[in-house]
Design a protein around this ligand. Structure first.
Ligand code: CDP
Length: 233
């Protein structure tokens, strides 16, 4: 069977990573959460007091950042390692969420992350989720999904997720953060969040994780089958 690249883009908290992870598992593909890379870079900048508006400081700092995804058998998921430290939990922190979109809008940061994302997709057989994966990182990807969900559903989902770890968090805080990130991500100069022209829109506001997986899996299998047949002829 032919191996393809599947991209899943969309606004904050619409379940991209959940879908990408499950889809990759079903297809025996590699799952890559590009947002984790921007979050890890943000964590590094915050910890080291790097001013991301200072281009020279950013370029220098990026030279000291190494990021790696490593598989954790217990959680059955890939976790982000920043300079050999497991930061998978730390990068989900609200402080990172509050700053990540500003950091991700910096041109040098994007070039740095995109170069690594492309390298990871070299061998195909990959599902990558983010904001610009179908438009900029892999414009020729064989299957592009643009995931959407009602804003209120997205806020509710992310609130539940964060509340489990931090009962002090408020729904208003989560709502404000999602709105701010969506605004910055959609309006930045370099590689803004856009639906690729050839993307298939999947609205999961009223779908369970299982239902959305079923729909996406069908699309992926059809695409793989078509391309495999075409290659054989
Ligand atoms: O919270 P959620 O899971 O929706 O976001 P994420 O995928 O972890 O991404 C965090 C932030 O990284 C986004 O709000 C964007 O600012 C940035 N990002 C990006 O600019 N480009 C990507 N391909 C992925 C994430």
């Amino acid at each position: 069977m032919k191996k393809i690249i599947i991209t899943i883009d969309g606004y904050s908290s619409c379940g991209k990573s959940t879908l990408a992870k499950e889809l990759a598992k079903e297809l025996n593909y590699v799952f890559l959460d590009s947002g984790a890379m921007y979050r890890a870079i943000t964590l590094y900048f915050l910890r080291n007091h790097i001013d991301w508006n200072d281009k020279d400081a950013v370029v220098e700092a990026l030279q000291n950042i190494s990021m790696e995804f490593m598989y954790n058998r217990e959680t059955n998921a890939c976790e982000m390692f920043l300079n050999d430290e497991n930061v998978e939990w730390l990068i989900r922190d609200m402080l990172v969420a509050e700053n990540v979109s500003e950091v991700a809008a910096v041109r040098e940061v994007r070039e740095f992350a995109v170069a690594q994302q492309r390298k990871m997709g070299n061998g195909k057989g990959i599902v990558m989720d983010g904001r610009d994966i179908g438009t900029t990182v892999f414009p020729k990807a064989e299957l592009k999904i643009f995931l959407t969900a009602d804003p209120s559903v997205r806020v509710e989902r992310r609130f539940k997720e964060l509340y489990e770890r931090n009962p002090n968090i408020t729904i208003d805080e989560v709502k404000a953060n999602l709105e701010m990130r969506d605004y910055i991500d959609s309006n930045r100069e370099f590689s803004p969040l856009r639906q690729a022209k050839d993307a298939i829109v999947l609205d999961n506001s009223n779908l369970t994780a299982k239902e959305q997986l079923k729909t996406a899996l069908k699309l992926a299998k059809e695409k793989i089958q078509d391309l495999t047949t075409a290659a054989a002829n």
